[in-house]
Every structure is written in C-alpha cells, then in structure tokens.
Write a protein that binds this ligand. Structure first.
Ligand code: SF4
Length: 349
C-alpha cells in the first residue's frame, strides 16, 4: 500500500487541466514567481453583500485599517530569497488599506501583486497610473451587482475596469452565481457586455434557503449562469497532496503566515519578520477544501510536485501520513479508509 501511495500522489501532471483551470480562474501573468502569498489584508469593507461569509459582521465597519509596514515586508521578502506573487484579498476590500499603492510600488520592483477587489475605491485610478501592469499577475473584480446598484456604484466600477484595461492590466470581472440572481443572469450578462466589461458567473459556496451550494444548483440554474458542471463536481473531491505551506501560504491581517485557511494552527512565520516554508508537501487534513490553493495556481502546484519527486522527498511526505491514517481509521473504520485512499488515487492520477 505504501508504495502505491507514494507513486500515485507524486505524478507531476495529476489529472490537472490547465485550460480548464485557467479558463475558469483569472489568467495569471506572473508565471515566473516562486511563491505565492494570499493575503487577507483587511476585514473592513465598504460593501456588505448578502452572500458574503461575514455578511453583517461588525468587523466590516470596525476592523482596524492599519497601513502596511512596507519596510519590514520588503526585508522579509528579500530574506526569503524568492520571487513572490502577493495577492491582496480579504473578508474586506484591499484598496481600503491606506498605503496599498505605496506597498504595491515597493513590491513590484522585484515581485508581483494581484488583487481580488470590488474595484469601487477612488485610489484604483492612482493604482492604474503608478503600477506597472507587467508586474500585476491579474485583477479579479468581484462584481457584487445588488450592492453596487444599492450604492449607485455600477458606473464607477465600469469606469475603473475600462481604465485598467486601457492601461494594459490583466483584468476579469466575475459575479457570484447566487441563486437569487438566476432569473436576471442573462440580462446582467448583456448589460455588462455592452458596457465593455464582460462578466462570468462563478459558483456560490454557501447555504441559501436551507440548501447547500454549489451541489444544489438545478440544471436550469447551471444553464442560466453558464456554470461548468465538471467544476462543481470537482469542488467536492478530496484534494490529497497539497503545496499549501510549501510554496504558497495565506496571510492573516496581522501578517501571520499559515499554509492555508484550514491549517492556521501551523504557522510559517510573519510577513513582517520571517517566513519559513515547509520543506515538503502536506497531505490535506480535510475531506473537502473550500480554498484549494493548488487549483488556483496550477503553475506553482506542478512546480512543487516536480521539486518533490525525489526519493527522499517522497519519504519525507510519509511523515504526514500516520496521523491521517490513525484518525481516519478511528472515524470511518478500515472500509472508509480504503475508500478514501481510492479517492486520492482517482483525484491525483
Ligand atoms: S484545505 Fe485546501 S489548501 Fe488546505 S491543505 Fe487541503 S487542499 Fe490544500
């Protein structure tokens, strides 16, 4: 069994399909980065979308909006000796961070940045004028239609999108395919298309009217939103071996770095002092991952698999397995364990 485990989860191609992934997620301009930090830079937000995981959370209005310590950050990146892609994202809006433009300017001298943003903030114009598009991996605009309509911000977002496009940034606009929008999906698609900002719907992860999504989409909704059923199925697959912590990490608002949102008990350091990446890959501790970093950046995942294909690295990976094997067997019994191992093979081959 051990031999099979090592063999099947180390294949560098692992059934991943670049076209599929990159067709769905934002095209990534970096592709010569060596590590990626997914930085939840603030929980503060100027919108309050009904489907947001922290909808109505007081943190949206009250959480601290401290400037980034650019000097300390740059010292940490230099000491790590890698080319980074830093994606600013969050439970809030990254462009609200007071010195975000200055931080981007410093980072992009050597590294790359990317954004998940609602693109409503006034400083987007300054960003577009000061930051080199070649150093921005991509800008993923989350178009929160109902909130934008409520605040009268639709035209502003369209204007900012056009400006970024004109300046040469890689930018896409996506809308959460919340079931409540299904009837209007076509109308919205046409509207934004005519405004020069084509939108794609990406599936909603959460609960609505007592149903769990994305598994509860009807065939009609899938058609209206033009969702990809294969992607929906993949959402529920076990991820197996992951590069979280090896060459990617998530960063919390205070700068703490962890492998991923599910493994925050393992700290890799802090962006303001030192980052120590794992020396080997990890075995996903979850049955199902809602933040598959390996899937969002297939380039780094494949790179990690290649770098871990040596015999010593394979053996090191086994160090993660005893705990997994024991805990899973206790919970599900031998039958459950063997089914799980079968799933890993299906997923990663
Ligand atoms: S929860 Fe997701 S990101 Fe974290 S280890 Fe598992 S697959 Fe990787």
């Amino acid at each position: 069994m051990e031999h099979k485990l090592v063999k099947f989860f180390m294949s560098p191609h692992d059934g991943f399909d670049d076209a599929g992934f990159e067709g769905h997620w934002v095209k990534d301009r970096a592709h010569c980065h060596e590590a990626w930090l997914h930085w939840n830079v603030t929980d503060r937000c100027n919108l309050n979308c009904a489907y947001c995981f922290n909808h109505d959370d007081p943190a949206k209005k009250e959480s601290r909006l401290a400037p980034l310590d650019i000097e300390a950050l740059m010292r940490t990146l230099d000491a790590a000796g890698k080319i980074f892609k830093i994606r600013f994202t969050g439970g809030g809006e990254p462009f609200l961070v007071p010195n975000i433009i200055e931080a981007c300017e410093a980072i992009t001298e050597r590294h790359y940045v990317g954004f998940n943003t609602n693109l409503t903030c006034g400083n987007v114009k300054e960003f577009a004028g000061r930051i080199d598009p070649e150093r921005v991996a991509n800008i993923n605009v989350s178009v929160h239609i109902k909130e934008l309509e409520r605040h009268g911000l639709v035209d502003r977002v369209i204007g900012h999108y056009a400006l970024c496009k004109e300046r040469g940034f890689t930018i896409v606009a996506s809308v959460v395919a919340h079931p409540s929008l299904a009837a209007d999906a076509e109308r919205y698609r046409d509207f934004f298309e005519t405004k020069g900002m084509p939108i794609n719907f990406s599936f909603f992860v959460g609960t609505y009217n007592g149903k769990e999504y994305p598994r509860s989409y009807t065939a009609e909704e899938i058609k209206l939103f033009r969702l990809n059923s294969i992607w929906i199925r993949r959402h529920y697959e076990y991820r197996g071996v992951c590069n979280a912590g090896f060459n990617v990490g998530i960063v919390l608002p205070d700068g703490t770095v962890a492998p991923c949102f599910a493994t925050t008990r393992e700290t890799l350091g802090n962006v303001y002092s030192r980052i120590r990446f794992r020396k080997n890959l990890l075995v996903c501790p979850l049955k199902r991952c809602n933040c598959p970093l390996l899937q969002f950046d297939p380039y780094l995942y494949k790179k990690a698999l290649k770098e871990n294909s040596g015999a010593v690295k394979k053996l090191a990976l086994l160090a993660d397995w005893p705990l997994f094997l024991i805990s899973y067997t206790v919970k599900r019994g031998i039958g459950g364990l063997s089914r799980r191992l079968g799933n890993i093979r299906t997923r990663t081959l």
